[in-house]
Design a protein around this ligand. Structure first.
Ligand SMILES: [Zn+2]
Length: 297
């Protein structure tokens, strides 16, 4: 089914996600001094316990991501057993990044940011703030239509960005979303070779297609269900405005937005679901718009 170029209706993200962790304490190999053990303060012990619990959850999510990445297939959704879904934001960092972070933080919701290497050059120093509410994934360096490039350039686009995120954030990256959701077997195999899981989406909010905040809200609300992966862009003011409605709506429906590693830790898609592609997630019309489309992602 993946012969030739496929542009999904939602994007695929593979990510090398670095995950959240409170005030930046680290999980991961280079984790800093956060692991704190010997405090006599019960509150500190409580925080340490929560941190350990979070680290265990993330390790589980990472293990699931590695298992799924080995399939070299795109992910369109998580499982549907819980009450969690995943808001994802592409193309940053940018001028609205801090607003997006603030809205997520105030609502106690989390997300995944698929960042562009070139945008990190323009807006340096944002990743540590993003990590407080989000995981971070690779969205290429220059945001090209990857299937149009030779294999060596595809590899360079992904690897440079992965390396830059890891250097800036101190966190490993395991998630990738192809620009425009444009995939080919070479793109998927390249992601796999870099230990990146390719992530598309269940629903495109259509913010990059010019929808205003009301349209973005409507499009996203239609897809608010367990396991959904919803595509937004963090560099659009209308998207930020839509969050003002969407984030309380999550709460009202007893749903939570979590990072993709958190979603995969607690409620991953089954392998059969992944092998079924978009259909395995109830996504109609995938693959979507055709290779020439640059509509989303
Ligand atoms: Zn994009």
């Amino acid at each position: 089914m993946l012969a030739g170029v496929v542009v999904a209706a939602g994007a695929v993200v593979v990510a090398a996600i670095a995950l959240i962790g409170g005030s930046g304490g680290g999980r991961g190999a280079s984790g800093g001094s956060a692991g704190g053990s010997s405090s006599a303060n019960p509150l500190s012990r409580g925080r340490a316990g929560a941190r350990a619990q979070n680290a265990a959850l993330l390790a589980k999510g990472d293990a699931t991501i590695q298992r799924l990445a080995a399939l070299a297939l795109p992910i369109y959704c998580g499982g549907t057993r819980g009450n969690e879904l995943a808001f994802t934001f592409d193309d940053g960092p940018g001028p609205y990044t801090r607003l997006a972070i603030r809205k997520l933080s105030q609502a106690h919701e989390r997300a995944t940011f698929f960042v562009v290497g070139r945008s990190m050059d323009s807006y340096p120093g944002y990743l540590s703030a993003e990590l407080k509410v989000a995981a971070i994934g690779d969205h290429s360096y220059t945001h090209p239509v990857l299937p149009a490039l030779p294999a060596t350039q595809i590899s360079s686009e992904l690897a440079r960005t992965k390396q830059k995120i890891e250097q800036d954030s101190g966190q490993p990256v395991h998630l990738f979303r192809p620009p425009y959701g444009a995939m080919s077997p070479t793109v998927l195999q390249t992601a796999k070779s870099l230990n990146l899981l390719t992530i598309i989406w269940t629903q495109d909010s259509a913010d990059s297609l010019g929808a205003n905040y009301a349209g973005i809200t409507h499009n996203a609300e239609q897809a608010l269900r367990p396991g959904a992966i919803i595509l937004f862009h963090e560099n659009r003011g209308q998207t930020i405005r839509a969050l003002t409605t969407l984030l309380p709506e999550l709460h009202r429906r007893h749903l939570r937005s979590v990072t993709l590693p958190e979603l995969f830790a607690t409620d991953p898609p089954s392998e059969a679901q992944v092998r079924a592609g978009g259909r395995g997630c109830g996504v109609a019309g995938l693959p979507g718009a055709g290779a020439g489309s640059t509509a989303a992602g």
